[in-house]
Design a protein around this ligand. Structure first.
Ligand code: NAD
Ligand code: NA
Length: 396
């Protein structure tokens, strides 16, 4: 069938397999162009199908020739209905990895569940023996805690007071004011349960208990800080509490890995267009201004540039790790530069519906958004009849 973007609110209901394949190929080419990384050889990526997790899987495989196991939660196509973008990304990734002679298998299911953890441990045991890098890159609105049976839903709300600021509908370009009511105590608990570090620690405990972590194994989870503009709704809001918890969990995991010289890190990454970030009010306006400034300065990065830099210039330099005062790795350093932030803050004051397309990078935002679903890539014939029933080799 001919697949076109079908939007509903902030999500796209369709995905384009050929474009997703092109996206993965572009990322692979980028990683190869940056040379070899003396990184891990057996890698587990939890949240491996889109965004930073996919970029991590690609960087491990094509930067260090690593065997990878990817865990994700994606939808397979059914007759007349496309798969979710992460499904097509993973199919393309496995195909490219196999062509390059690299081991790559995937597990599609709920990473929070005991069953998917069990399946993953069994696969590592059977095929790899142990892993030496575990990337934790889940972004989810819900988590069913397998031990308590409680279903937690995360919210994106300020704490303590109503937050009012500008936002943009990036489809129409309309800038308006948005007010978000503060959360209650339960919202905080739930958001921490979904996006905090509890599940990360459960994964590492489970791997360690069955001796599936190699000596010196490293695990990395991703966090975000951002500017004061978005603080009330992000870093000092419910999601920020979850990130505080995730960051604290890095220390407890590191303690638990001391006997195998293992280490847990949080890497603070840059703000980028992903399915998760498009749904957060205020953030799209911030990102469209940030992109404009960072592109002007020649320091713009996407997920793959961020993660390639994380690996090559932070994790695997052969030098002692450089972290901030809270023990975090920072690859949001360019985003947070004083000159970048002061210019974004000035544009923020001026931004209106009338001028945003000019003073901000609304077009870049939209392109990135369509790219997430496999649309808008050069070299793809979008008019051609496309088979949507693509298989992920290791799953089908
Ligand atoms: P994303 O939505 O692109 O990726 C999420 C991944 O998690 C996908 O692979 C998805 O399949 C998987 N997933 C979700 N629920 C799952 C489940 N129940 N079981 C198995 N897999 C599941 O998100 P992203 O933006 O790449 O975010 C990854 C991490 O990076 C998050 O912790 C996020 O907070 C962080 N981060 C994001 C940004 C940003 O601007 N996007 C910036 C800094 C840090
Ligand atoms: Na991810």
């Amino acid at each position: 069938m001919i697949i076109e973007p079908r939007m509903r609110g902030f999500i796209c209901l369709t995905a384009q397999p050929k474009g997703s394949e092109q996206s993965v190929k572009n990322q692979i080419e980028y990683v190869k162009s940056k040379g070899t990384i003396a990184g891990a050889k057996k890698v587990l990526v939890i949240g491996a199908s889109t965004g930073f997790g996919l970029a991590s899987r690609i960087t491990s495989a094509f930067g260090s020739d690593a065997a990878t196991i990817g865990v994700f939660f994606e939808k397979e196509a059914s007759e007349g209905k496309t798969a979710s973008p992460g499904w097509y990304n993973s199919a393309a990734f496995e195909n490219e990895a196999h062509k390059a002679g690299l081991y790559a298998k995937s597990i599609n299911g709920d990473a929070f569940s005991n069953e998917v953890k069990r399946q993953t441990l069994d696969l590592i045991k059977a095929d790899l023996g142990q892993v030496d890098l575990i990337i934790y890159s889940l972004a989810s609105p819900v988590r069913l805690n397998p031990n308590t049976g409680v279903l937690h839903r995360s919210v994106l709300k300020p704490i303590g007071q109503t937050f009012t600021n500008k936002t943009v509908d990036f489809h129409t370009g309309k800038v308006s004011e948005v007010s978000i009511e503060p959360c209650n105590e339960e919202d905080i608990v739930n958001t921490v349960a979904v996006m905090g570090g509890e599940d990360w620690a459960m994964w590492i405990d489970a791997l360690k208990a069955e001796n599936l972590l190699a000596e010196g194994a490293t695990t990395v989870a991703y966090s975000y800080i951002g500017p004061s503009l978005t603080e009330a709704v992000y870093r000092k809001g419910t999601i920020g509490r979850a990130k505080d918890h995730l960051e604290a969990t890095a220390f407890t995991i590191s303690d638990s890995l001391a006997d195998i010289n293992g280490k847990a890190y949080v890497s603070v990454n840059k703000a980028l267009v992903t399915q998760a970030s498009s749904a957060i009010p205020v953030i799209p306006l911030y990102i469209s201004l940030l992109y404009k400034i960072m592109k002007e300065k020649g320091i713009h990065e996407g997920c793959i540039e961020q993660i390639q830099r994380l690996y090559q210039q932070r994790l695997y330099t052969g030098e002692p790790m450089i972290t901030d005062e809270k023990g975090r790795i920072r690859v949001d350093d360019w985003e947070m530069r004083e000159d970048v932030q002061s210019q974004v803050a000035a544009l923020w004051e001026q931004a209106t519906t009338e001028n945003l397309a000019e003073i901000g990078d609304l077009e870049g935002y939209r392109n990135d958004f369509y790219n997430l679903f496999g649309f808008g890539f050069d070299g793809v014939d979008y008019k051609a009849d496309t088979n949507e029933l693509v298989k992920v080799p290791s799953i089908s």
